[in-house]
Design a protein around this ligand. Structure first.
Ligand SMILES: Cc1cc2nc3c(=O)[nH]c(=O)nc-3n(C[C@H](O)[C@H](O)[C@H](O)COP(=O)(O)O)c2cc1C
Length: 228
């Protein structure tokens, strides 16, 4: 058996083992031929591994959000821009109420955005997660398992629930055995939209783009690992 470990850490096994009957009695010429064949076989394995790694990976990302006055929607657009910066990504951006079973199950990653309502995700976003079961029947098969998940939020005040909102979104994803990632901020991307910080500024948009890009990169990485 010839074992080769390329730089990416993948192991490629080529079988079966080559046994040559009567090898000890082979002439010098025969031995050269056998050694040549073994060398060719090893090279073939190396080239196969390289070809596999070169195959481009395409990932599909769903960006689902709720927004009444447009702030969370602006963040969603920036998340999409960030995800688009990673080659091979296909992105679907939808309001939570319009997401279909196919949108959900055909995605490699789902990024959910919510305005802060009473220091938590809005009722529409909570209903969206509840519908994963009521409409789409994710349990008991854990149909969202191993998809990448992430969150973003907008809130009127500086300290009034943005992190709780993102964490409760991530908690719903963890409960579905998804692989949650952050980006932009510690728990995702967020923006303050009222009071001393009205609207969404460039730093907040950059955070949203960073989140989209990171999710696309992580999803691509996970998709590129051969399934067992
Ligand atoms: C019912 C309701 C409750 C809200 N509760 C909070 C809150 O607890 N904390 C906060 O920072 N902002 C709160 N806000 C403000 C919104 O989170 C903020 O304006 C948000 O950016 C709106 O997003 P949108 O423009 O995408 O609809 C609340 C707004 C509404 C309508």
């Amino acid at each position: 058996m010839i074992r080769f470990s390329p730089a990416a850490g993948h192991k490629v096994f080529c079988s079966p083992t080559w046994r040559v009957p009567g090898a000890p009695f082979l002439s010098f010429f025969s031995r050269v031929v056998v050694v040549g064949l073994l060398f060719y076989s090893a090279t073939f394995c190396v080239n196969s591994a390289s070809a596999d790694e070169a195959v481009p990976v395409s990932v599909k990302i769903l960006v689902a959000y709720h927004s009444l006055s447009g702030n969370t929607e602006r963040m969603a657009e920036a998340v999409v821009d960030g995800a688009k910066s990673v080659s091979g990504t296909v992105i679907v951006m939808k309001r939570v109420g319009q997401v279909t079973a196919d949108d959900l199950f055909s995605s490699d990653a789902v990024i959910v955005g919510s305005p802060v309502y009473w220091s938590n995700m809005s009722g529409e976003v909570k209903t969206f997660f509840d519908n994963w079961q009521f409409k789409f029947g994710v349990f008991p098969d854990f149909k969202m398992k191993n998809k990448v998940g992430a969150a973003f939020a907008t809130g009127g005040q500086i300290s009034s629930g943005k992190e709780v909102t993102m964490l409760t979104i991530l908690a719903a994803m963890l409960g579905n055995q998804m692989i949650v990632v952050s980006g932009g901020g510690a728990f995702g991307a967020s923006a303050t939209t009222e009071g001393d910080s009205p609207g969404i500024d460039n730093k907040e948009l950059a955070d949203a783009r960073a989140l989209g890009q990171r999710v696309a990169e992580v999803a691509t990485l996970i998709r590129s690992v051969p399934s067992r």
